[in-house]
Design a protein around this ligand. Structure first.
Ligand code: NAD
Ligand code: ZN
Length: 348
């Protein structure tokens, strides 16, 4: 197959600045690498945190192409790659782990010990907001033949991270009261992944009215505009006593304080959002007896396989708004302004 020599790519070229759409060479795969024609790439709020970082905060060298939620079709491969991959549609597991360290051997690739600098696709290495994407190894691909790439792309981070969180709560959800803070890209998928659990009550929090409407449609029993109101709502219930699980997809000082206030004894706070908040993890202070606090990062390859399978059976379905690559900078601006419902997805 003949490939063009150059392609468009949305690159971060300076810290604290919006990315730029530039022309770059189409990479050529060698050894065990594969080249994907990008079918769709989701825009994550994390990209805004990355763009906004001052020089020196992120362990990444500039420039690199953004886009860590990617679905594509394998169009070229290095000589070490099994040719069965050619022509397959795949979801990219963006954590480009080493595959050899203890964390990788235990199937915890998202905590790979080798990832001390760039993390993977679109996070230090060139990502999928481009016509083509070079992936270092087929270990990072999950086959997803026949699925709509636009619905699939958000599952590779928003859905994957939500699945990782929900799986980590296995055994803690039955009969529990849960609160989801932030019903954006990640939160709206988490609500769907929580829905099959036998929860006593699921409350969603978002200041945006359209996000709250979406949350009700996706199975929330109640919605509030701020997390403090969720505490009141829960206390008014017959079995009150706060929430057994609080998943904070915002992570600002306000939401994390509210998460602590909401927590029931023996409850767990899962902080996913990177909003700069903190919480004092100290015994006998503000948090109730038996608390747990976790701050998971992305998800494992197995989580990605699971969430892709759940989408195939209709358990989870991303709400998406589609943009062209030229429109991506404007779409990021909309995401920043809180104007995206579900996930913004670029089709280059
Ligand atoms: P998003 O912008 O799509 O969604 C955020 C949602 O939170 C929006 O609906 C917004 O209205 C809502 N919100 C804002 N302030 C709020 C408040 N005070 N109370 C309740 N809701 C509020 O963002 P996203 O892409 O879903 O990402 C969410 C966060 O998760 C970001 O901080 C992102 O960096 C982080 N993230 C973490 C991981 C991880 O592995 N830990 C992975 C991906 C994203
Ligand atoms: Zn992300």
């Amino acid at each position: 197959m003949s490939l063009p020599r150059t392609m468009r790519a949305l690159r971060l070229t300076a810290w604290g600045s919006p990315p730029e759409l530039v022309e770059v060479p189409v990479p050529r795969p060698s050894a065990g690498q594969v080249l994907l024609r990008v079918g769709a790439a989701g825009l994550c709020h994390s990209d805004l945190h990355v763009m906004d970082s001052p020089p020196g905060r992120m362990p990444y060298e500039l420039p690199f192409t953004l886009g860590h939620e990617v679905v594509g079709t394998v169009v070229d491969a290095g000589p070490e790659v099994d040719p069965v991959w050619l022509g397959r549609q795949v979801a990219v597991h963006g954590v480009w782990s080493c595959g050899r360290c203890r964390a990788c051997r235990r199937g915890r690739e998202n905590y790979c010990f080798a990832l001390t600098g760039p993390v993977g696709c679109g996070l230090g290495y060139d990502g999928g907001l481009a016509d083509y994407l070079l992936v270092p190894d087929v270990r990072h691909l999950v086959a997803a033949q026949g699925a709509d790439p636009v619905r699939l792309a958000p599952l590779t981070d928003a859905g994957l991270t939500a699945q990782h969180v929900v799986r980590s709560l296995d055994g803690e959800l039955d009969g529990a009261t849960a609160v989801v803070i932030g019903v954006g890209g990640l939160g709206h998928l988490a609500l769907q992944l929580l829905a099959p659990a036998d929860l006593a009550c699921l409350v969603a929090v978002d200041p945006r009215a359209d996000a709250r409407t979406l949350a009700i449609r996706l199975g929330a029993d109640a919605v509030t505009a701020d997390a403090a109101d969720a505490a009141e709502w829960l206390d008014d219930r017959e079995d009150g006593h706060g929430a057994d699980v609080v998943i904070d997809f915002v992570g600002t000082p306000e939401t994390m304080r509210a998460a602590g206030d909401l927590l029931a004894p023996g409850g767990r706070i899962v902080v996913v959002g990177s909003g700069g908040g903190s919480i004092e993890v100290a015994k006998g202070r503000d948090l109730p007896r038996g608390f747990a606090v976790a701050a998971p990062f992305w998800g494992t390859r197995r989580d990605l396989e699971e969430v892709v399978a759940l989408a195939a059976t209709g358990v989870v379905r991303a709400e998406t708004e589609t943009f062209t690559l030229d429109e991506a900078p404007a779409a990021y601006a909309r995401l920043r302004a809180g104007g995206v419902r579900g996930r913004a997805v670029v089709v280059p």
